[in-house]
Design a protein around this ligand. Sequence first.
Ligand code: ADP
Ligand code: GLC
Length: 486
Amino acid sequence: MTIRALHVASELYPLLKTGGLADVVGALPSALVERGADVRVLLPGFPAVAAGLRDVHPVAQLGRRFDAPHVTLEQGTLPSNGLIVYMIRAATLYDRPGNPYLNDEHVPYGDNAQRFALLGWVAAQLAQQLDPAWSPQIVHAHDWHAGLAAAYLKAAERQLGRAPARSVFTVHNLAYQGVFPAHQFGQLGLPDDFFSMYGVEFYGQLSFLKAGLYYSDRITTVSPTYAREIQTLAQGGGLDALLRSRSHDLSGILNGVDYTVWNPASDALLESRYTATRLAGKLACKEALQKRFGLAQNSDALLFGVVSRLTEQKGLDLLLETVPEIVKRGGQLIVFGTGDPALENGLKRVAQTHPESVAVELGFDEKLAHTIIAGSDVVAVPSRFEPCGLTQLYALAYGSLPLVHCVGGLADTVVDASLENLAEDLATGFVFEHFQPRGLAAAIRRAFALYGRRTEWKATQRRAMRQDFGWGASADRYLALYRELA
Ligand code: ADP
Ligand code: GLC
């Protein structure tokens, strides 16, 4: 039996991306299609989405919804792989350039509750024949933006006496909860009793994330370790009790890598291409990178790279504290990212102090991200918490040994270069346990020590590059979950 599933999300690579969510939504649906599932995606009609789809045509007129005067459901295809994408056109809600969630001052848009309620509502309508030609058996919603989909499905089930579709909710990041003042609940058109502790109410406010966790039939998150962590008081973001109560419906399915996008053997964005057996091109990438960032042209300097959103989550404040450990050993550091202005300024200051060894650039650029992942010897991901993390997986594929904090998906994907792991041919990077300068500094010293033994370094690089984190295994697990539900 072919399973029909609708993925509901706010970003999709290559149309629109602010982080790893877009990479997942850009790759998982087609991995499922390759396995015989009938999968479509629903996105808000942000300008980049509307501009990037092909053969767009209207499917349904929805009239006035959530204060938007003319809402239309349209359908198009993704030029790269023909994936069918539904897009909600609502000019007053979505036709804003730039970041999909924040205004120019980095402040969430005042009408985000309406903007993303509409997304969840349309998803539930699609499960009720909004498109006469196709309707899903499974609605698979991602993160708080799509959290209300399950609530609208539950409301419809109450009216119809049967569930229009079964729902899966994937938590990519529990730190973003979509919390709004309680008075906005009235605009959602949900049954009154849904505003309850057993519903969307969260400490007196309204939480879209909680709606997803409470009303969906199954919950997944993006790594097995994070699935355990979020059930603890320390890392449950106030939702740990709910998550524990649903532990039988909660599982961790590791994200994958789209190796058609992230592969050093074919990556057109690189200075030079390379493979595990022919690493010469990687050196060319490193030299080009040092030049691009104005660092000393020294191919022996151990080069650490960071490509990241600059938020509290990513632990770069800790990295800042340990920059002297890198510099005094003759290493170099490149940080590329955008986000929190305080962190941006702190990073800039460190770069000014060590112009030959530390470079910081602010911005978001896909090509530069590839260039840094490829040209670095070590890719640092010292996150406080990390649901899965994709950059360390890309780093492995590019033979750039990841240096990570032992949390979430980082713990599930990188094996530390301890003596015993090296002896057993297991090591793929550097892992530190305690989120403290001393822990990170020790991992940095381990990286220098291994770099001093070039034969072992190269063997570790090759092992890293041989790791298979393709979407296959994960897509199989999602498919098994769909089958169980349908
Ligand atoms: P998160 O989703 O928490 O940001 P992930 O590691 O899962 O973390 O995914 C981050 C994704 O965003 C990766 O594809 C990474 O290359 C990309 N990325 C992060 N910062 C930038 C940037 N400044 N420019 C381009 N891509 C970036
Ligand atoms: C989130 C998480 C990240 C994860 C990504 C994709 O943004 O922070 O760890 O890899 O989603 O699932």
